[in-house]
Design a protein around this ligand. Structure first.
Ligand code: FRU
Length: 549
């Protein structure tokens, strides 16, 4: 039984809580394009819910700032003009009150000109990126989807961000393609164009772009699909998802990152899927029902599998399989099983991870082009991570058999203008020439070094060894490297430096690596060659344009 006094205490308590709840919900009529949201890294992550009539409730985790924000992120409300939007945060009314709508994102004025914004690599306007996803060429556009947290510069709320480009160099960011839903968050995957309408999603002459992705929950990872009839701008998730749920079979949560492609000789679809300890092959005729065919252990995450000519000869091909680290095997593939003949090999190392290659390349362009995630911190920026330069992968014959080579695609050449060329210099003379580089903000140079009196030599930038070649231990910036000419005392390097990253391609693409560029931290030394009595056989400098002009 409740006494009168207790009853009134309860009533007051109820009023207090209901007014608190009221204070934690904001209602607004959408009149602008973006909601600008304040973020503070010192706040805990809490759920922000967005509700509007006729649309499923959206929810994501955000460190909503209470006082002065560290930076601002945004939520695109352009599709909701005129509607009433209810925004709710159960724990942070102060942060809620700072949210405002505008036609520009907060910080638009300095967008792409921020202090540490890479100037010739893709980065996102706001938030975190990791793996490239769904890379495909379609009707004049290269599509780059990517693992994205739009609401913080760290990993969370996995969605598919989306950018398009005509040349793989200049990118335009579009609204988020796949958002988390009641099934879970959107992990990595791939896309195809269903020209023959095998899945039945096409409309008239418009073939569907179909995305395959992993939905992640704390319990398990399942494979799902969605389709788009407007060149990847808007997506409909398949109503009978998931397509594959293999947790029980593998007794593991790690089943993810579907890579789907059409296998012409067998006229069927192939999915390479990482399951626990390796890559599985599934096949399908309609992209909806999948049959397990085989499994190859020794790979982790983010599969890719493709056929390449050897030395450009279309009559002599091999298949290449890799996982997230990019270490690869070479072998044969019959549409159901990949049989390795050699490997694992390594053609690159450093910040690269989870690289993918473009599907559906334009007619007459058989190149296999890869973009890798650069695990590079962007200090103090409202965004984080980056994509490395697009590179063409080729199989070329070496003394050890065919091996992968990679070099930046020819489309990147538009970025570089020659700014000086010299040959036969000693290290002091060469260091002097490097001083003519206009700005150390971003630059490129190629050089061939010849060693004679010492076992190691290289180049440093503000004290950081950006080339460190040791032919005694056969180490190139820490990884084993033996040149094709094993008695060679020379190394050729093509070095691409941006504000926060360094990519180096040695000996014509035989090997490459990428580094985070260390902040200068008062180091007065610029760019210099080091090593005892080395000959700089040639040196070519380039100025580099920004892609954001
Ligand atoms: C690789 C990865 C993928 C996964 C995604 C999640 O970096 O772990 O396996 O799908 O990132 O963001």
């Amino acid at each position: 039984m409740t006494l009168p006094l207790q009853r009134s205490v309860l009533l007051v308590l109820f009023m207090l809580t209901s007014s608190t709840i009221h204070a934690q919900t904001r209602s607004l009529t959408v009149t602008k394009r973006y909601l600008n949201l304040p973020v503070s890294q010192s706040q805990p992550r809490t759920a922000l819910q967005l509700e509007t009539s006729g649309r499923a409730k959206q929810s994501f985790n955000i460190r909503l700032a209470r006082g002065k924000p560290d930076y601002w992120v945004f939520y695109d409300v352009s599709g909701l003009a005129g509607k009433t939007l209810k925004i709710r945060s159960d724990s942070n009314p102060e942060g809620l009150n700072q949210i405002y709508q505008d036609d520009q994102i907060h910080g638009q004025d300095s967008l792409y000109r921020e202090k540490n914004r890479p100037q010739y690599h893709f980065t996102t306007r706001r938030g975190w990126i990791n793996d490239p996803n769904g890379m495909i060429f379609y009707e004049g556009e290269y599509h780059l989807f990517y693992q994205h947290n739009p609401y913080e510069r760290e990993w969370e709320n996995m969605s598919w961000g989306h950018a398009v480009s005509k040349d793989m160099v200049h990118w335009e960011e579009l609204p988020t393609a796949l958002q988390p839903d009641e099934m879970g968050t959107m992990f990595s995957g791939s896309t195809v164009i269903d020209y023959e309408n095998t899945a039945g999603f096409n409309r008239g002459n418009q073939p569907a772009m179909i995305a395959f992705f992993t939905v992640d929950t704390p319990e398990k990872q399942v494979q799902c699909m969605a389709y788009s009839l407007d060149k990847g701008r808007t997506w409909t998730k398949y109503d009978k998802n998931p397509l594959i749920d293999s947790k029980v079979k593998w007794n593991s949560k790690d089943t993810r990152d579907p890579r789907v492609f059409w296998y012409k000789p067998g006229r069927h679809w192939v999915m390479v899927l990482n399951e626990r300890d390796g890559h599985s092959i599934y096949t399908s005729s309609n992209l909806k029902q999948w049959t397990f065919e085989s499994h190859l252990t020794g790979f982790w995450e983010c599969p890719d599998l493709f056929e390449l000519p050897i030395d450009g000869d279309r009559n002599r091909t091999k298949w290449v399989m890799y996982g997230a680290s990019t270490t690869y095997m070479i072998g044969t593939f019959d549409g159901k099983k990949f049989t390795p003949e050699s490997g694992k090999h390594s053609y690159t190392h450093g910040t690269i991870y989870a690289a993918q290659t473009f599907a559906n390349m334009p007619a007459g362009d058989p190149r296999r082009i890869q973009i890798g995630w650069g695990r590079v911190q962007q200090p103090g920026m409202p965004f984080n991570g980056m994509m490395l330069l697009p590179t063409e992968l080729q199989l070329r014959t070496t003394r050890n058999g065919p091996r992968l080579f990679s070099l930046p695609v020819k489309e990147t050449r538009q970025l570089f203008t020659p700014a000086g060329h010299w040959s036969s210099l000693n290290e002091m003379e060469a260091t002097e020439k490097l001083k003519s580089i206009q700005s150390l903000d971003r630059f490129r140079f190629t050089t061939t070094l010849r060693l004679s009196h010492a076992t190691s030599a290289g180049i440093s930038l503000a004290g950081q060894k950006i080339l460190d070649y040791d032919l005694n231990f056969n180490l190139l910036n820490g990884a084993f490297y033996s040149p094709e000419e094993m008695t060679s005392m020379e190394i050729t390097a093509d070095i691409f430096v941006d504000r926060t990253s360094i990519e180096v391609f040695v000996n014509g693409g035989h090997y490459s690596y990428s580094l985070e560029r260390k902040p200068e931290s008062g180091n007065q030394k610029g760019l210099e060659f080091w090593g005892n009595r080395i000959e700089v056989k040639d040196l070519t400098l380039y100025n580099v344009k920004s892609i954001w002009n």
